[in-house]
Design a protein around this ligand. Structure first.
Ligand SMILES: [Zn+2]
Length: 118
């Protein structure tokens, strides 16, 4: 097992933007709030909170603080980056929709798996 910190996540996030997302035409902005903590039953989640009356449109990404290995860590960050793009750029709810799954072939070029997770 490996423990991760916020700087580790930011480093992988920047690396994936540079090596995978940007070459494909997608620059993923960082979530408004990034948190690393012990999660129960899943490894990462990205949530969008919208309150038009209060002018709130807020995206929060939370990652587990522990991963099996580096590959699993990179896979989860990449997965959540698609959700962040959906929620922050496309302003959708970040489901596993057609846009989400269109990254399966993109990720495949980089030997990066894309699976059904949170
Ligand atoms: Zn997901």
């Amino acid at each position: 097992m490996m423990t991760v910190t916020k700087p580790d996540v930011e480093e992988v996030f920047d690396f994936l933007n540079l090596m995978v997302f940007e070459p494909e035409g997608f620059k993923v902005p960082m979530a408004d709030h990034l948190d690393i903590m012990e999660l129960e039953g899943y490894l990462g989640i990205t949530l969008r909170s919208v309150n038009p009356l209060a002018g709130v449109d807020f995206v929060m990404c939370i990652l587990n603080d522990e991963f099996k290995d580096h590959f699993e860590f990179v896979e989860i960050v990449a997965h959540e980056m698609i959700h962040i793009y959906q929620q922050k750029v496309l302003k959708t709810w970040g489901d596993h929709d057609d846009f989400f799954w269109s990254f399966k072939s993109i990720f495949g070029k980089y030997d990066l798996p894309l699976r059904e997770r949170e």
